[in-house]
Design a protein around this ligand. Structure first.
Ligand SMILES: [Zn+2]
Ligand SMILES: [Zn+2]
Ligand SMILES: [Zn+2]
Ligand SMILES: [Zn+2]
Length: 495
Protein backbone atom coordinates (compact mmCIF):
# COMPACT_ATOMS: atom_id res chain seq x y z
CA UNK A 1 0.00 0.00 0.00
CA UNK A 2 1.01 3.65 -0.38
CA UNK A 3 1.36 5.80 2.71
CA UNK A 4 2.99 9.10 3.77
CA UNK A 5 6.23 9.22 5.73
CA UNK A 6 9.07 11.44 6.88
CA UNK A 7 12.08 10.11 5.04
CA UNK A 8 15.73 10.81 5.86
CA UNK A 9 17.58 10.33 2.57
CA UNK A 10 21.17 10.88 3.64
CA UNK A 11 23.11 10.92 6.85
CA UNK A 12 22.58 14.29 8.54
CA UNK A 13 20.14 15.25 5.79
CA UNK A 14 16.76 16.88 6.40
CA UNK A 15 13.50 15.03 6.96
CA UNK A 16 11.33 14.99 3.82
CA UNK A 17 7.57 14.39 3.89
CA UNK A 18 6.69 12.10 0.98
CA UNK A 19 4.75 9.04 -0.21
CA UNK A 20 6.30 5.61 0.31
CA UNK A 21 5.34 2.01 -0.46
CA UNK A 22 4.53 -0.03 2.67
CA UNK A 23 4.48 -3.84 2.55
CA UNK A 24 1.27 -4.60 4.46
CA UNK A 25 1.31 -8.38 4.00
CA UNK A 26 1.06 -9.13 7.71
CA UNK A 27 2.84 -12.01 9.44
CA UNK A 28 0.64 -13.93 11.94
CA UNK A 29 1.76 -11.82 14.96
CA UNK A 30 1.72 -8.43 13.25
CA UNK A 31 -0.69 -5.52 13.14
CA UNK A 32 -1.08 -2.59 10.77
CA UNK A 33 -1.39 0.61 12.82
CA UNK A 34 -2.62 3.99 11.62
CA UNK A 35 -0.23 6.40 13.38
CA UNK A 36 -2.00 9.37 15.02
CA UNK A 37 0.97 11.03 16.73
CA UNK A 38 4.65 10.35 17.04
CA UNK A 39 7.25 11.40 19.61
CA UNK A 40 10.73 12.55 18.69
CA UNK A 41 13.38 10.78 20.70
CA UNK A 42 17.07 11.68 20.84
CA UNK A 43 17.83 8.22 19.45
CA UNK A 44 16.02 9.12 16.22
CA UNK A 45 18.08 12.26 15.80
CA UNK A 46 21.27 10.34 16.53
CA UNK A 47 20.39 7.76 13.91
CA UNK A 48 19.49 10.45 11.39
CA UNK A 49 23.11 11.61 11.73
CA UNK A 50 24.70 8.18 11.99
CA UNK A 51 27.58 8.08 9.51
CA UNK A 52 28.91 4.61 10.36
CA UNK A 53 25.92 2.93 8.69
CA UNK A 54 25.55 4.33 5.15
CA UNK A 55 23.27 1.39 4.26
CA UNK A 56 20.73 2.78 6.68
CA UNK A 57 19.57 5.48 4.30
CA UNK A 58 17.09 6.30 2.95
CA UNK A 59 15.26 5.50 6.18
CA UNK A 60 12.00 6.15 7.97
CA UNK A 61 12.82 6.66 11.64
CA UNK A 62 10.65 7.12 14.71
CA UNK A 63 9.83 4.66 17.45
CA UNK A 64 7.62 6.62 19.85
CA UNK A 65 4.12 6.49 18.47
CA UNK A 66 0.44 5.97 19.10
CA UNK A 67 -2.48 5.16 16.86
CA UNK A 68 -5.32 2.83 15.90
CA UNK A 69 -5.04 -0.79 14.75
CA UNK A 70 -6.57 -1.18 11.28
CA UNK A 71 -5.69 -4.79 10.40
CA UNK A 72 -4.35 -7.77 12.38
CA UNK A 73 -2.43 -10.97 11.53
CA UNK A 74 -4.02 -14.42 11.94
CA UNK A 75 -2.68 -15.10 15.48
CA UNK A 76 -3.12 -11.70 17.09
CA UNK A 77 -5.25 -11.88 20.25
CA UNK A 78 -4.49 -8.82 22.41
CA UNK A 79 -5.80 -6.18 20.02
CA UNK A 80 -8.31 -6.02 17.20
CA UNK A 81 -9.09 -3.57 14.41
CA UNK A 82 -10.25 -0.37 16.10
CA UNK A 83 -8.08 -0.84 19.23
CA UNK A 84 -6.16 2.28 20.24
CA UNK A 85 -2.56 1.53 21.10
CA UNK A 86 0.80 2.92 22.18
CA UNK A 87 3.88 1.60 20.36
CA UNK A 88 6.76 0.41 22.51
CA UNK A 89 9.68 -1.99 22.19
CA UNK A 90 8.91 -5.57 21.25
CA UNK A 91 10.24 -8.94 22.44
CA UNK A 92 10.14 -12.65 21.59
CA UNK A 93 7.65 -13.68 24.28
CA UNK A 94 9.34 -17.05 24.84
CA UNK A 95 12.79 -16.63 26.40
CA UNK A 96 13.24 -16.83 30.18
CA UNK A 97 13.26 -13.03 30.53
CA UNK A 98 10.03 -12.64 28.60
CA UNK A 99 8.38 -15.36 30.70
CA UNK A 100 9.34 -13.38 33.84
CA UNK A 101 7.97 -10.15 32.32
CA UNK A 102 11.52 -8.78 32.07
CA UNK A 103 11.01 -8.04 28.39
CA UNK A 104 13.62 -5.23 28.14
CA UNK A 105 16.21 -8.00 28.58
CA UNK A 106 14.72 -10.39 26.00
CA UNK A 107 17.24 -12.69 24.25
CA UNK A 108 16.27 -11.11 20.94
CA UNK A 109 16.00 -7.48 22.12
CA UNK A 110 18.63 -6.18 19.74
CA UNK A 111 17.32 -8.06 16.72
CA UNK A 112 13.78 -6.85 17.37
CA UNK A 113 14.41 -3.27 18.38
CA UNK A 114 17.55 -2.07 16.68
CA UNK A 115 16.42 -2.70 13.13
CA UNK A 116 15.40 0.60 11.55
CA UNK A 117 12.35 0.72 9.33
CA UNK A 118 13.41 0.70 5.71
CA UNK A 119 11.62 2.71 3.08
CA UNK A 120 8.59 0.48 3.54
CA UNK A 121 8.06 2.11 6.94
CA UNK A 122 7.85 -1.15 8.88
CA UNK A 123 7.89 -0.43 12.64
CA UNK A 124 8.65 3.26 12.14
CA UNK A 125 6.32 5.83 13.60
CA UNK A 126 7.36 8.75 11.35
CA UNK A 127 4.83 7.47 8.81
CA UNK A 128 1.08 7.40 8.32
CA UNK A 129 1.03 3.62 8.81
CA UNK A 130 3.33 1.16 10.55
CA UNK A 131 3.52 -2.63 10.76
CA UNK A 132 4.21 -3.68 14.35
CA UNK A 133 4.35 -6.97 16.23
CA UNK A 134 1.48 -7.44 18.67
CA UNK A 135 4.00 -7.63 21.53
CA UNK A 136 5.15 -4.08 20.78
CA UNK A 137 1.68 -2.63 21.42
CA UNK A 138 -0.06 -1.53 24.60
CA UNK A 139 -3.84 -1.03 24.33
CA UNK A 140 -5.09 2.24 25.84
CA UNK A 141 -8.56 3.08 27.18
CA UNK A 142 -10.88 5.60 25.54
CA UNK A 143 -10.46 8.15 28.40
CA UNK A 144 -6.74 8.35 27.75
CA UNK A 145 -7.28 8.92 24.03
CA UNK A 146 -9.76 11.67 24.84
CA UNK A 147 -6.96 13.70 26.42
CA UNK A 148 -5.20 13.91 23.07
CA UNK A 149 -3.18 11.55 20.92
CA UNK A 150 -0.08 13.68 21.33
CA UNK A 151 -0.10 12.96 25.09
CA UNK A 152 0.29 9.23 24.43
CA UNK A 153 3.16 9.17 21.92
CA UNK A 154 6.17 9.62 24.25
CA UNK A 155 4.91 7.19 26.91
CA UNK A 156 6.35 4.08 25.27
CA UNK A 157 9.97 5.20 25.46
CA UNK A 158 11.34 8.29 27.27
CA UNK A 159 8.59 8.67 29.86
CA UNK A 160 8.50 4.96 30.66
CA UNK A 161 12.29 4.89 30.95
CA UNK A 162 12.45 7.76 33.45
CA UNK A 163 9.45 6.81 35.57
CA UNK A 164 10.50 3.15 35.54
CA UNK A 165 14.05 3.94 36.65
CA UNK A 166 12.62 5.75 39.68
CA UNK A 167 9.75 3.43 40.64
CA UNK A 168 11.03 0.02 39.52
CA UNK A 169 14.77 0.33 40.08
CA UNK A 170 15.71 3.14 42.47
CA UNK A 171 12.64 2.69 44.69
CA UNK A 172 13.57 5.56 47.02
CA UNK A 173 12.93 5.20 50.74
CA UNK A 174 11.06 7.77 52.83
CA UNK A 175 13.18 10.73 54.03
CA UNK A 176 16.10 9.76 51.80
CA UNK A 177 18.29 11.93 49.56
CA UNK A 178 17.70 11.42 45.84
CA UNK A 179 19.53 12.82 42.80
CA UNK A 180 18.46 12.96 39.16
CA UNK A 181 21.32 13.93 36.86
CA UNK A 182 20.13 15.37 33.55
CA UNK A 183 16.55 16.65 33.60
CA UNK A 184 15.48 16.35 29.97
CA UNK A 185 12.40 14.27 29.12
CA UNK A 186 13.71 11.12 30.81
CA UNK A 187 15.05 12.80 33.97
CA UNK A 188 11.95 14.96 34.33
CA UNK A 189 9.75 11.84 34.08
CA UNK A 190 11.84 10.27 36.85
CA UNK A 191 11.30 13.33 39.07
CA UNK A 192 7.58 13.46 38.38
CA UNK A 193 7.20 9.77 39.21
CA UNK A 194 7.96 10.67 42.84
CA UNK A 195 4.50 12.23 42.89
CA UNK A 196 3.05 8.73 42.53
CA UNK A 197 4.45 7.68 45.91
CA UNK A 198 2.34 8.21 49.05
CA UNK A 199 3.15 11.62 50.52
CA UNK A 200 4.73 10.28 53.72
CA UNK A 201 7.12 7.97 51.89
CA UNK A 202 8.75 10.47 49.55
CA UNK A 203 12.42 11.46 49.75
CA UNK A 204 13.22 14.55 51.83
CA UNK A 205 15.72 16.01 49.37
CA UNK A 206 15.45 15.71 45.62
CA UNK A 207 18.41 17.22 43.82
CA UNK A 208 18.30 17.90 40.08
CA UNK A 209 21.55 18.32 38.15
CA UNK A 210 21.68 19.91 34.70
CA UNK A 211 23.59 22.58 32.79
CA UNK A 212 20.51 24.59 31.75
CA UNK A 213 19.04 27.00 34.34
CA UNK A 214 15.58 26.89 32.71
CA UNK A 215 15.45 23.13 33.12
CA UNK A 216 16.51 23.36 36.75
CA UNK A 217 13.74 25.87 37.40
CA UNK A 218 11.27 23.52 35.77
CA UNK A 219 12.60 20.58 37.80
CA UNK A 220 11.73 22.48 40.97
CA UNK A 221 8.15 22.72 39.85
CA UNK A 222 8.00 18.96 39.49
CA UNK A 223 9.45 17.89 42.80
CA UNK A 224 13.12 18.89 42.96
CA UNK A 225 14.07 20.67 46.18
CA UNK A 226 17.51 21.70 44.89
CA UNK A 227 19.09 22.46 41.53
CA UNK A 228 22.77 22.06 40.78
CA UNK A 229 24.24 23.57 37.64
CA UNK A 230 26.94 21.08 36.70
CA UNK A 231 28.69 23.60 34.48
CA UNK A 232 29.19 26.08 37.32
CA UNK A 233 29.80 23.57 40.09
CA UNK A 234 31.88 20.81 38.57
CA UNK A 235 32.94 19.33 41.92
CA UNK A 236 29.77 17.27 42.26
CA UNK A 237 30.82 15.33 45.32
CA UNK A 238 31.47 18.50 47.31
CA UNK A 239 28.17 20.03 46.25
CA UNK A 240 26.12 16.92 46.99
CA UNK A 241 27.73 16.35 50.39
CA UNK A 242 27.08 20.02 51.12
CA UNK A 243 23.39 19.91 50.20
CA UNK A 244 22.79 16.64 52.07
CA UNK A 245 24.60 18.03 55.14
CA UNK A 246 27.17 15.26 54.94
CA UNK A 247 24.66 12.39 54.75
CA UNK A 248 25.41 11.52 51.14
CA UNK A 249 23.01 10.43 48.40
CA UNK A 250 20.85 7.34 48.96
CA UNK A 251 19.71 6.98 45.38
CA UNK A 252 20.82 8.57 42.11
CA UNK A 253 19.63 8.22 38.52
CA UNK A 254 21.99 9.28 35.76
CA UNK A 255 20.48 10.09 32.37
CA UNK A 256 23.58 11.84 31.02
CA UNK A 257 26.02 8.96 30.55
CA UNK A 258 28.71 11.49 31.44
CA UNK A 259 31.54 9.71 33.26
CA UNK A 260 32.46 12.79 35.26
CA UNK A 261 28.89 12.99 36.57
CA UNK A 262 28.74 9.25 37.31
CA UNK A 263 31.99 9.46 39.20
CA UNK A 264 30.58 12.28 41.34
CA UNK A 265 27.45 10.23 42.04
CA UNK A 266 29.42 7.12 43.03
CA UNK A 267 31.65 9.11 45.38
CA UNK A 268 28.79 10.94 47.07
CA UNK A 269 26.70 7.80 47.63
CA UNK A 270 25.56 7.17 51.20
CA UNK A 271 26.06 3.74 52.78
CA UNK A 272 23.72 1.25 51.05
CA UNK A 273 23.42 3.88 48.30
CA UNK A 274 22.36 3.02 44.76
CA UNK A 275 23.45 4.58 41.48
CA UNK A 276 21.26 3.79 38.47
CA UNK A 277 22.53 4.30 34.91
CA UNK A 278 19.92 5.09 32.29
CA UNK A 279 21.87 7.25 29.88
CA UNK A 280 24.71 6.01 27.71
CA UNK A 281 27.46 8.35 26.56
CA UNK A 282 30.47 7.10 24.65
CA UNK A 283 30.01 3.40 24.04
CA UNK A 284 33.48 2.51 25.34
CA UNK A 285 33.28 4.67 28.51
CA UNK A 286 33.92 3.06 31.92
CA UNK A 287 32.65 3.96 35.39
CA UNK A 288 35.50 3.90 37.93
CA UNK A 289 34.34 2.04 41.04
CA UNK A 290 36.76 1.01 43.80
CA UNK A 291 35.97 -2.40 45.38
CA UNK A 292 37.23 -1.16 48.77
CA UNK A 293 34.89 1.81 48.79
CA UNK A 294 31.90 -0.18 47.53
CA UNK A 295 32.39 -3.04 50.02
CA UNK A 296 32.53 -0.66 52.96
CA UNK A 297 29.59 1.37 51.73
CA UNK A 298 27.45 -1.50 50.44
CA UNK A 299 27.18 0.41 47.18
CA UNK A 300 25.01 -0.80 44.28
CA UNK A 301 25.63 0.29 40.71
CA UNK A 302 22.92 -0.89 38.31
CA UNK A 303 22.04 -0.28 34.71
CA UNK A 304 18.46 -0.31 33.52
CA UNK A 305 16.92 -0.58 30.07
CA UNK A 306 13.46 0.90 29.36
CA UNK A 307 12.96 1.56 33.06
CA UNK A 308 12.90 -2.21 33.77
CA UNK A 309 9.26 -1.91 32.78
CA UNK A 310 6.83 -4.46 31.45
CA UNK A 311 4.98 -1.90 29.31
CA UNK A 312 1.67 -3.78 29.18
CA UNK A 313 1.42 -3.41 33.00
CA UNK A 314 3.41 -0.23 33.57
CA UNK A 315 1.93 2.15 30.98
CA UNK A 316 -1.68 1.71 32.22
CA UNK A 317 -0.34 2.54 35.71
CA UNK A 318 1.24 5.76 34.42
CA UNK A 319 -1.93 6.69 32.52
CA UNK A 320 -4.04 6.25 35.65
CA UNK A 321 -1.66 8.35 37.75
CA UNK A 322 -1.65 11.02 35.08
CA UNK A 323 -5.48 11.11 34.99
CA UNK A 324 -5.45 11.55 38.79
CA UNK A 325 -3.04 14.47 38.47
CA UNK A 326 -0.18 12.63 40.18
CA UNK A 327 2.03 12.34 37.12
CA UNK A 328 1.76 15.44 34.89
CA UNK A 329 4.25 14.26 32.24
CA UNK A 330 2.07 15.69 29.47
CA UNK A 331 2.77 19.26 30.69
CA UNK A 332 6.10 19.11 28.93
CA UNK A 333 5.01 17.92 25.51
CA UNK A 334 5.49 20.27 22.59
CA UNK A 335 3.59 19.49 19.41
CA UNK A 336 4.58 20.17 15.82
CA UNK A 337 2.80 19.26 12.57
CA UNK A 338 4.60 16.39 10.80
CA UNK A 339 5.72 18.73 8.02
CA UNK A 340 7.60 20.82 10.60
CA UNK A 341 9.70 17.88 11.74
CA UNK A 342 12.88 19.77 10.97
CA UNK A 343 11.88 22.58 13.36
CA UNK A 344 11.19 20.02 16.09
CA UNK A 345 14.53 18.31 15.50
CA UNK A 346 16.43 21.61 15.60
CA UNK A 347 14.68 22.73 18.80
CA UNK A 348 15.59 19.47 20.41
CA UNK A 349 19.21 19.40 19.32
CA UNK A 350 19.65 22.94 20.59
CA UNK A 351 18.04 21.97 23.89
CA UNK A 352 15.40 24.69 23.68
CA UNK A 353 13.28 24.20 26.75
CA UNK A 354 9.97 25.37 28.04
CA UNK A 355 9.86 28.41 30.28
CA UNK A 356 7.28 28.39 33.08
CA UNK A 357 5.16 31.25 34.47
CA UNK A 358 6.85 32.38 37.70
CA UNK A 359 3.71 31.85 39.80
CA UNK A 360 4.46 28.76 41.88
CA UNK A 361 1.01 27.22 41.52
CA UNK A 362 0.68 27.93 37.80
CA UNK A 363 1.29 25.30 35.14
CA UNK A 364 1.36 27.63 32.13
CA UNK A 365 4.36 28.18 29.88
CA UNK A 366 5.20 31.62 28.63
CA UNK A 367 7.59 31.11 25.77
CA UNK A 368 5.33 29.76 23.04
CA UNK A 369 3.68 31.83 20.33
CA UNK A 370 0.24 31.01 21.72
CA UNK A 371 1.08 32.14 25.21
CA UNK A 372 3.26 35.22 25.53
CA UNK A 373 4.61 36.06 28.94
CA UNK A 374 4.28 39.48 30.58
CA UNK A 375 7.09 40.91 32.66
CA UNK A 376 5.89 42.60 35.85
CA UNK A 377 7.46 46.06 36.07
CA UNK A 378 7.60 45.96 39.86
CA UNK A 379 9.03 42.52 40.64
CA UNK A 380 10.51 42.04 37.15
CA UNK A 381 9.45 38.40 36.82
CA UNK A 382 7.63 36.88 33.85
CA UNK A 383 4.07 35.64 34.31
CA UNK A 384 1.32 34.20 32.15
CA UNK A 385 -1.57 36.51 31.20
CA UNK A 386 -3.64 35.32 34.14
CA UNK A 387 -0.95 36.11 36.71
CA UNK A 388 0.52 39.26 35.16
CA UNK A 389 -1.09 41.78 37.57
CA UNK A 390 0.68 42.61 40.84
CA UNK A 391 -2.31 41.46 42.90
CA UNK A 392 -2.34 38.09 41.14
CA UNK A 393 1.16 37.08 42.13
CA UNK A 394 3.42 37.37 45.14
CA UNK A 395 4.76 40.80 44.28
CA UNK A 396 5.04 42.69 47.53
CA UNK A 397 7.84 40.88 49.33
CA UNK A 398 9.94 43.66 50.85
CA UNK A 399 12.28 41.62 52.97
CA UNK A 400 13.81 38.40 51.77
CA UNK A 401 14.84 35.66 54.13
CA UNK A 402 17.74 33.59 52.76
CA UNK A 403 19.92 30.68 53.82
CA UNK A 404 23.44 31.84 53.07
CA UNK A 405 26.34 29.41 52.95
CA UNK A 406 29.98 29.60 51.99
CA UNK A 407 32.10 26.74 50.70
CA UNK A 408 34.50 25.40 53.27
CA UNK A 409 38.09 26.49 52.78
CA UNK A 410 39.67 23.16 53.80
CA UNK A 411 38.39 19.60 53.92
CA UNK A 412 38.16 19.70 57.72
CA UNK A 413 36.56 23.12 58.09
CA UNK A 414 32.82 23.41 58.69
CA UNK A 415 30.54 25.07 56.15
CA UNK A 416 30.00 28.62 57.36
CA UNK A 417 26.28 29.34 57.12
CA UNK A 418 23.61 31.69 58.43
CA UNK A 419 19.98 32.60 57.97
CA UNK A 420 19.85 36.28 56.97
CA UNK A 421 17.31 38.91 55.94
CA UNK A 422 17.91 41.29 53.03
CA UNK A 423 15.97 44.12 51.51
CA UNK A 424 14.61 42.89 48.20
CA UNK A 425 15.50 46.20 46.51
CA UNK A 426 19.17 45.43 47.03
CA UNK A 427 21.42 44.28 44.23
CA UNK A 428 23.19 40.95 44.37
CA UNK A 429 26.51 42.79 44.76
CA UNK A 430 25.33 44.58 47.87
CA UNK A 431 23.90 41.40 49.35
CA UNK A 432 27.20 39.63 48.66
CA UNK A 433 29.18 42.28 50.55
CA UNK A 434 26.85 42.02 53.52
CA UNK A 435 26.76 38.21 53.50
CA UNK A 436 30.56 37.91 53.26
CA UNK A 437 30.90 40.21 56.25
CA UNK A 438 28.39 38.22 58.31
CA UNK A 439 29.98 34.86 57.45
CA UNK A 440 33.50 36.26 57.84
CA UNK A 441 34.54 35.29 54.35
CA UNK A 442 37.37 37.35 52.85
CA UNK A 443 35.87 39.65 50.22
CA UNK A 444 38.30 41.12 47.69
CA UNK A 445 35.71 41.92 45.05
CA UNK A 446 36.35 45.65 45.09
CA UNK A 447 40.04 45.22 44.34
CA UNK A 448 40.10 41.81 42.68
CA UNK A 449 41.81 41.83 39.30
CA UNK A 450 41.02 38.28 38.26
CA UNK A 451 37.98 36.07 38.36
CA UNK A 452 39.84 33.56 40.59
CA UNK A 453 39.80 35.98 43.52
CA UNK A 454 36.27 37.19 43.00
CA UNK A 455 33.36 35.94 45.11
CA UNK A 456 30.12 35.11 43.33
CA UNK A 457 26.63 34.29 44.55
CA UNK A 458 25.27 30.93 43.47
CA UNK A 459 21.49 30.47 43.68
CA UNK A 460 20.84 26.83 44.59
CA UNK A 461 17.16 26.64 43.59
CA UNK A 462 17.77 28.46 40.31
CA UNK A 463 20.94 26.51 39.62
CA UNK A 464 22.91 29.53 38.37
CA UNK A 465 25.31 32.28 39.33
CA UNK A 466 23.61 35.62 39.88
CA UNK A 467 24.95 38.79 38.31
CA UNK A 468 26.10 41.55 40.63
CA UNK A 469 23.64 44.03 39.13
CA UNK A 470 20.51 41.89 39.50
CA UNK A 471 17.90 42.98 42.04
CA UNK A 472 17.23 40.36 44.73
CA UNK A 473 13.48 40.51 44.13
CA UNK A 474 13.89 39.50 40.50
CA UNK A 475 15.89 36.38 41.11
CA UNK A 476 15.28 35.13 44.66
CA UNK A 477 12.40 34.10 46.87
CA UNK A 478 12.22 33.90 50.65
CA UNK A 479 13.51 30.58 51.93
CA UNK A 480 15.96 30.12 49.04
CA UNK A 481 19.57 29.11 49.56
CA UNK A 482 22.55 31.01 48.15
CA UNK A 483 26.21 30.01 48.32
CA UNK A 484 29.27 32.23 48.23
CA UNK A 485 31.75 30.76 45.75
CA UNK A 486 35.17 31.99 44.73
CA UNK A 487 36.65 31.77 41.24
CA UNK A 488 33.66 30.27 39.42
CA UNK A 489 32.40 33.22 37.36
CA UNK A 490 31.54 35.11 35.33
CA UNK A 491 27.76 34.77 35.62
CA UNK A 492 25.77 33.74 32.57
CA UNK A 493 22.20 34.80 32.03
CA UNK A 494 19.82 32.15 30.81
CA UNK A 495 18.09 33.05 27.59
ZN1 LIG B 1 13.00 6.71 22.39
ZN1 LIG C 1 12.30 -12.85 24.86
ZN1 LIG D 1 5.15 41.61 40.33
ZN1 LIG E 1 0.57 31.76 35.56
Amino acid sequence: MLTDALVTHTCGGPFAYQQVQLDDDLRPDECLVLIRASGVCHTDLLFSRESSMPDLFPAVLGHEGTGTVVKVGSQVTRVKPGSNVILCFTSCGECKYCVRKQTPYCDLWFQYNFGIGRLDGTKSSFARHAVVSERGLVPVPEEAVARGWHTLAPLGCGVMTGAGAMLNVLQPAAHSNVVVAGVGAVGMSALMALGMLPEDSRPKRVIAIDVQPARLQLAKRYGATHGVNGKLRPNLMDVLMHITKGEGVDGAIDTTGNIHVLEGLVHSAARKGKVVSVGVGHLEAKVPIAPFESVLAGLSYVGCNQGDAYPQDFLPLLLRASAEGKFPYDDLIRTYPAREMQVAADDMLQGRTLKPCYHTQCRAFVDSGRNTGVRCSRCNRTYCLKHRMQEDHDCKNVRLFLHVEAERSTASAKFPEAKLFFNCDWTVGRMLDEAAKRLQVANLNNMAQTEEQRLRIYHVEGGRLLEFGEKLQTCLQSGNTVVLLRGVGPAQQDG
